[in-house]
Structures are given as structure tokens and as C-alpha cells.
Design a protein around this ligand. Structure first.
Ligand code: PLP
Length: 213
């Protein structure tokens, strides 16, 4: 637990040559007492993958530390959108039109617009969520023009058993084609590779907080 701050500083040091990179410290499964040292260290960006766990851990933390930014990195069910806003400042997992429509309604109701990444299914993996590459442009246009979503970037989760570099490369190309600047990619095992291909948000969990179970 005391190592959390040390681990974080090592990651920060390691990536210091890359400018304008946000480290999303992924604290899923870890209790608040493991997270607090890093908050007190001044870090502001944290990631969770489940809405309910985030509500339990972060509702009062965000009251105590109003500068914290919470990122939803896991799948968002449409029936949980009402609990996700305004708790989450960033949503990395927009993966369907149905979800986009739901967020659009909810952000209107709450008068709070989260920053959103479109999750892309690069591996065409049937078990994984995300928008297919060939539908991305239309999806993006609909999200910004009709649904008024604040789309800031694209996100991917490459197949865990494959070399990620071709996927990261693809993401860089897509971001240039669409002219969307932010790219959420890279986890504990591959963030250095992701940064070579212009990742701007890396999602680092176990390297900071230790292994989960
Ligand atoms: C858990 C998780 C991470 C962090 O994984 P680590 O390998 O522990 O760094 C990043 N992104 C997503 C979507 C995750 O679910």
C-alpha cells in the first residue's frame, strides 16, 4: 500500500519524455485506503470499471477532493447511465448507438457533459464490445452532430494474447483520419508501446496498485 505512491512515481519518471500524457490510475478492486495516499500525493485521474463499485468508493471522495477526475473504463450498461453521471468525468467505453442515445438524454437532464471516448473493436472480436472501424466515421458524426456528445477521443483494448503494436498503430491512423486528438490505450504491460503511437491517456492499474487477487 505504501508502495502505491512509489510505483506511481516510477511510471511517471519512465514516461517523462512524453508530454501531455494523462495517467489514469486504475483502482478497481482496491479499497479507498490504498487509493488515498496517491490522492494526497496530488494525483487526480483515477479509473474504475464498475459503476456500483465506483459509487461506493468515490461519491464521498469526490466531495472531499473536488479536483478529482473519475474515469469509467469498463462496460456501461444503459440502465446504469443515470448513476454514472455526474460521478464519472470521463467515459472510455462508448460502444453502441443505444448507449450514446442514453448518455445524450442523461447529460441533458443532469446538465453535465462527460468527456467521452469511442471504444473501437479493432480485433473484430465477437466477445468484445466496441464500434467496428468501418462504422466509426458515421457513428462519430451522429454522436457529435445529433446527440451533442462531447467526444474527445478513441479507446481500444487490444486482444490480450496478441502483440499490441499493430493495433496501436491503427489507432494512431484512425485518430488522424477523424481528427480526434485523444487516444486512450496502453495498460500496465504495454503503455510504453502505446505512447510510441501517440496515446494521450494510459490506463495503468496493477503496476501502480499491485496485482489483483
Ligand atoms: C483493468 C483495466 C486496465 C488496467 O489494467 P492493468 O493491466 O492492471 O494495468 C486498463 N483498462 C481497462 C479497460 C481495464 O479493465
Amino acid at each position: 500500500m505504501l508502495n502505491v505512491v512509489k510505483n506511481f512515481d516510477l511510471v511517471k519518471e519512465e514516461i517523462s519524455m512524453y508530454k501531455n500524457v494523462n495517467i489514469v490510475a486504475v483502482s478497481k478492486t482496491f479499497p479507498v485506503n490504498h487509493i488515498l495516499p496517491l490522492i494526497n500525493h496530488g494525483h487526480q485521474h483515477f479509473g474504475e470499471n464498475k459503476v456500483q463499485e465506483a459509487q461506493e468508493k468515490w461519491t464521498s471522495l469526490k466531495n472531499d477532493f473536488p479536483n478529482l477526475k473519475l474515469h469509467l473504463i469498463g462496460k456501461l450498461q444503459t440502465n446504469k447511465v443515470k448513476f454514472a453521471l455526474p460521478l464519472f468525468d470521463y467515459i472510455h467505453s462508448l460502444d453502441s448507438i443505444k448507449l450514446a442515445e442514453k448518455i445524450s438524454l442523461e447529460q441533458e437532464k443532469k446538465n453535465f457533459k462527460p468527456k467521452i471516448f469511442i471504444q473501437i473493436n479493432l480485433g473484430k472480436e465477437t466477445q468484445k464490445s466496441g464500434i467496428d472501424e468501418d462504422q466509426l466515421k458515421n457513428f462519430y458524426k451522429k454522436c457529435i452532430n445529433e446527440l451533442k456528445l462531447n467526444i474527445i477521443g478513441i479507446m481500444c483494448l487490444p486482444p490480450f494474447d496478441q502483440e499490441p503494436i499493430p493495433f496501436f498503430k491503427k489507432m494512431q491512423n484512425l485518430s488522424e483520419t477523424l481528427n480526434i486528438k485523444e487516444i486512450s490505450m496502453g495498460m500496465s504491460n504495454d503503455y510504453l508501446k502505446a505512447l510510441k503511437y501517440k496515446a494521450t491517456f494510459i490506463r495503468v492499474g496493477s503496476k501502480i496498485f499491485g496485482s489483483r487477487n
